[in-house]
Write a protein that binds this ligand. Structure first.
Ligand code: IMP
Ligand code: MG
Length: 178
């Protein structure tokens, strides 16, 4: 059966929440420059919108991480850097931008890794959080939405590299472990 996508969070709700997160970040970092570290590939849509909702000097760098092997909806738990940052983050206000925190293993790895590079501050903005599947605790400083234990796609999130271009977040039925 071909997978179907059911809308979970529509485009208007995402836009409104991302706008609020941007305003909150703008207040919290007032007078500073923020370096957004976007985790590829899933956060490319979120970071594009979030960056434009922040009214401060902003730099953006990209980091590729992979913890899933291809056609699967389960993390392997083994995190690999597939593309490193292009610049050092020492003494900078670093805000990691991630699409979704699921087990937390990816973000736990990234926090440990980036801390060794001595940023002045290190925080996390995540669009989605699935607390039901948490295996390691991760502090999310700016959270878009908490969702149930469903595999979601759209707004940057993929299944087997597809559906990233959907303008909303939807639940994928009939794929992988579902
Ligand atoms: P974690 O290490 O289990 O927290 O996995 C985080 C990564 O898995 C995210 O950055 C996503 O790329 C991917 N991921 C987790 N849940 C989903 C989902 O429901 N849809 C699409 N990707 C997901
Ligand atoms: Mg990701």
């Amino acid at each position: 059966m071909a997978p179907t996508v059911t809308t979970l969070i529509n485009a208007e709700s995402i836009a409104s929440r991302v706008h609020d997160l941007g305003a909150q970040i703008t207040r919290d970092y007032r007078g500073k420059e923020v370096n957004l570290v976007a985790v590829l590939n899933g956060s490319y849509v979120f970071v594009a919108d979030l960056a434009r909702a922040i009214d401060l000097p902003v730099t953006i760098d990209f980091l590729g991480l992979s913890s899933y092997g291809g056609r699967t909806t389960e993390t392997s738990g083994i995190v690999q850097i597939t593309k490193d940052l292009s610049r050092p983050v020492e003494d900078q206000e670093v805000l990691i931008v991630e699409d979704i925190v699921d087990t937390g293993l990816t973000m736990a790895y990234l926090f440990d890794n980036l801390r060794t590079r001595r940023p002045r501050s290190l925080r996390l903005a995540a669009l989605l959080h699935k607390p039901a599947r948490q295996r390691v605790a991760v502090a999310i400083d700016y959270l878009g939405f908490t969702i149930e234990d469903k595999f979601v796609v759209g707004y940057g999130l993929d299944y087997d590299d597809r559906y990233r271009n959907l303008p909303f977040i939807g639940v994928l039925d009939g794929a992988g472990s579902e």
